[in-house]
Design a protein around this ligand. Structure first.
Ligand SMILES: C[S@@+](CC[C@H](N)C(=O)[O-])C[C@H]1O[C@@H](n2cnc3c(N)ncnc32)[C@H](O)[C@@H]1O
Length: 210
């Protein structure tokens, strides 16, 4: 399952003569797919506690597929979605059914018991933005909420009755502002977990219909 084409998107760099240039990620010799870190692990551990065998779950921005794979291990029917073709390929290679797409857009209404999202959240001023798939994995734009806000605007549509969304939020992106925005969009919230790290606190928030 899933679309794993390299067509389109950042990193596809060729000049007017059709000469292929390496993507910025290649030029910088950085990984092109976000590898699981403390944030991935906190989200996966918290979500795993909440799924029952047979639940249908979605891992938004699945990256390597780490969170989806942990939930599948717990007995859930887990699917991932990612905008990056490189992430889709890696997740599929790790045994995760994956769809290439934008947030929850590819999925039907009322589908998922649980939606998990570890968004790109690093606050990044425009002049520091770069142009490769790793930027899509890391940069949360000026306030860190470039993807957080659209997720909160759209996730309710795909939640099954009684379903919930779990999102990893950093102290860098103001969890209280995230909760206020969710509330404006019809979602109640609570904090399920938090961990302190050298430069930030990581928090898992739960969102559900009011
Ligand atoms: C911080 S990484 C998290 C990866 C993985 N879930 C984990 O926890 O290790 C964020 C992921 O979101 C993906 N992403 C960015 N924008 C997206 C969008 N609009 N729709 C779906 N995925 C997106 C990135 O490609 C990246 O894989």
């Amino acid at each position: 399952m899933g679309e794993e084409s390299d067509a389109g998107g950042p990193g596809d760099s060729g000049d007017e003569n059709g000469t292929e240039r390496p993507s910025l990620a290649d030029q910088r010799d950085v990984e092109s797919v976000y590898q699981p870190a403390e944030d991935s692990d906190l989200l996966a551990r918290t979500a795993r506690e909440r799924v029952d065998a047979g639940d249908t779950v979605l891992d938004v921005g699945t990256g390597s597929g780490y969170v989806a794979a942990m939930l599948a291990e717990a007995g859930a029917r887990a699917v991932g979605v990612d905008v990056s073709p490189l992430a889709c390929r890696e997740a599929a290679g790790n045994g995760v059914p994956v769809v290439r797409g934008d947030l929850v857009e590819p999925f039907r209404t009322d589908t998922f018991d649980l939606v998990a999202f570890n968004p790109p959240y690093l606050p990044t001023p425009p002049e520091q933005e770069w142009d490769d798939w790793m930027e899509h994995a890391l940069s949360g734009g000026d306030d860190g909420r470039r993807l957080v806000d659209p997720f909160l605007e759209t996730v309710e549509r795909v939640l099954a009755p009684g379903g919930e969304a779990l999102m990893l939020v950093s102290s860098l992106t103001d969890p209280e502002a995230v909760r206020a925005y969710a509330s404006e969009h019809g979602l109640a919230s609570e904090q399920l977990a938090s961990e302190k790290h050298p430069y930030e606190a990581l928090v898992v928030l739960r969102f559900y219909r009011k």
